[in-house]
Ligand binder design. Structure first.
Ligand code: S5P
Length: 489
């Protein structure tokens, strides 16, 4: 590879990681097991510059490998736009494979003009077992078209090349998973433990073209669970986070050794400041509900910010925004509270859909901020069901705003898989199970070890203790011990 191309490839690898075209974590795969790495190259259609670079490099690859053919055909659907650009750049006519034959009319499987005996180059985005390529090859061959080569953007190195070779098709990949891992590692974007976990998984999860594992059901899939979110340290997760606020908070938690959030639900500014002063050294996050403060003022906010700096904690306004984008944008930045001017983090419901995140983001003027989305609630009888929860997590992990979403407010470890997000879990108290208004409590150990909390929110457990500072120390110690036990397993 020429040095210039090699640099271009490395830059593209980093860019693909940045736009979430691949992620590390614990993901369910089509083949039924979990994988520590997940590719979604569908996102590149939203980044014309990435699209351009990928197709330029594909064309260069086709030329250097001398893959001359009469037609090109993309494997539906992700590779279709890529195949279109390759076709245009090379003036090679395209063929389009229908995934389902039309129920009416000509029942054609392959669209485009061709003759039996014509050659066709396959274009594909990501190859795992190679079965999608083989489906397309089969349909082309049934029309008499000759297929000998496939160019692909990423080879996951799980046996796809060998599987398609058995059917007489050579695979030419732009990237291997190893190259991507090494490039990210070199650039300091992932840790060695991530590289090792993925390498271990790839070595053990070789797949036959029918989707079964080489070695049968008993294949040793060791690496598959090594990137489970709750087993990773906060340091590791800081490196995997897409949101700058999540990175900052993970690092702060690791350095300060605390995963305690104080819910400062008091109605007098002086009481909140007093509590922040006493508990500041033991918390990573201080959460407010500013609309319950009776004597709110700008000087209250500046004092709170000074304490946050002095004791090194992050400020979250638990506003639970839930309106249309335009309204939340105003609620976030205007009015008496001007929340976006001082709160590092806010909370929001996903009820209005993805537009809530866009609305909040639109209010910002360059400040580094983040949002936690509510995917579950701790109150008994709340109306959130599995579908709502799943969609909330999708909003948090997919799309163009993932750099703004720092975490998810939820009550269970299986709520989301991506280790770059922070799980914030309220409903924590040592000596009580419920309050009189439907709040349900669990112990610090239970929320961290069983429910997967990364940060536990404690309000009245500290605020109403006879010695709040001592209570904060107790909660901090128990929560931190539970976390260290959790990651040591
Ligand atoms: O589901 C939720 C979400 C949140 S953010 N349940 C909650 O209790 N909260 C908040 O956590 C709530 O608004 C309050 O500020 C805190 C819990 O306080 P505690 O006094 O019950 O510990």
């Amino acid at each position: 590879m020429l040095a210039e191309t090699s640099n271009q490839m490395k830059a593209l690898a980093l860019k693909l990681f940045e736009i979430n075209a691949f992620k590390f974590g614990d993901f369910k795969m089509k083949v039924g097991i979990n994988s520590p790495v997940y590719f979604d190259l569908r996102v590149i259609v939203s980044y014309p510059d990435v699209m351009q670079t990928v197709s330029d490099l594909l064309v260069e690859h086709i030329k250097s490998q001398e893959l001359n053919s009469k037609h090109v055909c993309g494997v539906p659907y992700t590779a279709l736009p890529l195949a279109t650009i390759v076709s245009l750049q090379q003036s090679t006519p395209m063929l389009v494979r229908r995934k389902e034959a039309k129920a009416y009319g000509t029942k054609k499987l392959i669209e485009g003009i061709f003759n039996a005996g014509d050659t066709c180059l396959i274009v594909e985005d990501v190859v795992t077992s190679g079965s999608s390529i083989l489906d397309t090859v089969r349909d082309l061959q049934s029309e008499g078209i000759v297929v000998t080569d496939a160019v692909v953007v990423v080879d996951r190195e799980q046996g796809g090349a060998a599987n398609i070779a058995k059917h007489g098709v050579r695979m030419h990949s732009l990237f291997t998973l190893s190259f991507l891992l090494n490039t990210l590692r070199e650039a300091g974007r992932i840790e060695k433990s991530t590289v090792d976990a993925v390498a271990k998984y790839i070595a053990s999860a070789q797949i036959n073209s029918d989707g079964s594992f080489v070695g049968g059901d008993k294949a040793n899939l060791d690496g598959a669970n090594d990137l489970v979110r709750t087993r990773l340290t906060y340091e590791t997760r800081a490196n995997l986070a897409k949101s700058p606020l999540a990175k900052r908070l993970f690092n702060l938690m690791a350095n300060k050794q605390t995963n305690l959030c104080l819910a400062a639900d008091l109605t007098k500014a002086a009481d909140i400041l007093d509590m922040a002063e006493k508990c500041g050294p033991y918390i990573c996050l201080l959460k407010t509900h500013v609309d319950i403060v009776e004597d709110f003022s700008d000087s209250f906010i500046s004092s709170l910010q000074t304490l946050a700096k002095q004791h090194n904690f992050v400020l979250m306004e638990d506003r639970k925004f839930a309106d249309i984008g335009n309204t939340v944008s105003l609620q976030y930045s205007k009015g008496i509270y001007k929340i976006s001017s001082w709160a590092d983090l806010v909370t929001a419901h996903t009820l209005p859909g993805r537009s809530i995140v866009q609305g909040l983001k639109a209010a910002l003027e360059g400040e580094e901020r983040g949002v936690f989305l509510l995917a579950e609630m701790s109150s008994s009888g709340n109306l959130i069901d599995d579908k709502y929860k799943e969609t909330s997590v999708k909003i948090a992990t997919e799309g163009g705003d993932v750099d703004f979403v720092a975490g998810v407010v939820c009550q269970s470890s299986n709520c989301f898989a991506f280790p770059g997000l922070i799980q914030l879990t309220p409903g924590v108290k040592i000596n009580e199970n419920v309050d009189k208004l439907g709040q349900q409590y669990q112990t610090p150990e239970h929320v961290v070890k069983q429910l997967g909390a990364d940060i536990a929110v404690v309000g009245r457990g500290i605020l109403q203790a006879s010695n709040p500072q001592q209570a904060a120390i107790n909660y901090r110690d128990r929560l931190w011990a539970a976390y260290t036990e959790r990651v040591a397993k």
